[in-house]
Design a binder for this molecule. Structure first.
Ligand code: GDP
Length: 367
């Protein structure tokens, strides 16, 4: 045994560190000589390691139905970069009489000119159209640590002594948010525990609050209508924005095409020359070509010039979406999880190819 059983205490929970029994408190692998927290506290600090995710819609519904039976505050984390794709369908029906607070994450990916108030209104309107009036909408950035204190205050204010359930689709940043919450707003005097949700095989993570109530983190639900859930995890960094998006203006003639890596394709079929502005992760490769060359280029360059995807067969085959634009002002053509193309609203016929199942939609322009 390399670690002495002396009185070295874990910085997180205070247990005496030991390397003998992984099931006992204070366990730290003998190899991790310099670690000053037990494995459990270390993991909690790196929350993503233990945050569960599920693809099982029935099991997820059972969790939501369980929440409906409680008297609690429900906090839904959504991804502002993909509001439509990250919204949990039917959430208002599943949470019963409980109030909903929305944390609109990833605000940092928007250009600095976009105002918090504008985002709030947009999200509030979106929720209202889906049958629910949230008690509040707080735009946050979990990675940059922006407005986390405001989110914590709002949770505290609206929970009125009740338990809190945090829900969200996978990849919205729920773990990153909770990681910050635990690190910056909890003293870890009480143990954070995991236990199965009743009637499911999924784990709940319970974060104790001062008044004896708890924050329960529910597993992230994988919604397959998002590009983020269809790409191979290796390719995720190519499409997730980590900094304010640099929009790109493409002045296109009719019969020109844009490829977004090899993930999606946009064809300007018919209309006057006009600008199309892309809002996607800065690191994503966008290739412009003539429509007549596009098919052959794709055949020859898929997985080479046109990446991601880097893994053969990771994505479902493309589905074609056709739109006729005009008369509705500026619009965004959204590819869930990948970003959007802003259309000026001039008359145009356009076509988009995206993997089957990935949500493609038009909305009034948001930037
Ligand atoms: P979860 O599946 O909802 O728990 O999501 P994670 O916390 O694992 O985050 C998913 C991805 O989104 C990771 O690559 C994070 O770095 C990223 N992410 C999380 N929060 C933010 C944020 O506030 N801004 C940006 N730009 N990215 C974020």
């Amino acid at each position: 045994m390399e670690r002495e059983l002396t009185d070295v205490h874990c910085q997180g929970c205070g247990a005496i560190l030991q390397s003998d029994n992984p099931k006992q408190v204070g366990y730290v692998p003998a190899k991790a000589k310099k670690q000053i927290s037990c494995q459990r506290c270390f993991r909690i600090r790196h929350y993503n390691d233990i945050a569960p995710v599920t693809q099982d819609q029935d099991e997820y519904l059972r969790i939501l139905q369980g929440i409906a039976k409680t008297d609690s505050l429900v906090v839904q984390v959504i991804d502002l970069f993909d509001l439509e794709g990250s919204w949990i369908p039917g959430i208002h029906r599943h949470i019963g009489q409980n109030q909903l607070l929305l944390l609109a994450n990833k605000f940092d990916v928007f250009p600095k000119s976009v105002k918090w108030g504008r985002m709030k209104d947009w999200v509030r309107e979106y929720a209202k159209d889906r049958g629910i009036s949230p008690v509040d909408v707080i735009p946050i950035s979990a990675t940059k640590g922006e407005r986390i204190a405001e989110a914590v205050e709002a949770i505290e204010h609206h929970r009125r002594g009740r338990d809190v359930y945090i829900v969200g689709a996978s990849n919205v940043g729920k773990s990153t948010f909770l990681n910050r919450l635990i690190r910056d707003f909890s003293d870890l005097e009480e143990e954070i525990t995991t236990s199965p949700y009743p009637g499911t095989t999924l784990d709940a993570i319970q974060i104790p609050l001062d008044d004896g109530e708890s924050i329960y983190d529910t597993p992230g639900i994988m919604l397959n209508n998002r590009m983020t859930e269809q790409v191979h995890p290796k390719d995720l960094p190519s499409i997730l924005p980590t900094a304010p998006i640099n929009s790109h203006v493409y002045q296109l003639q009719q019969e020109q095409t844009l490829f977004f890596g090899g993930l999606a394709r946009f064809d300007f079929l018919e209309g006057e020359k006009q600008p199309f502005i892309t809002y996607m992760a800065n690191q994503l490769y966008i290739h412009r070509t003539k429509l007549e060359k596009a098919d052959l280029l794709y055949q020859e360059q898929k997985g080479k010039l046109l990446v991601p995807p880097t893994e053969e067969g990771a994505l479902r085959p493309w589905k074609e979406h056709n739109f006729t634009i005009g008369g509705k002002g500026k619009q965004d053509l959204v590819i869930s999880g990948l970003g959007w193309i802003r259309l000026r609203g001039d008359r145009a016929r356009v076509r988009l190819y995206a993997p089957e199942g990935v949500q493609v939609l038009l909305r009034p322009a948001i930037v």
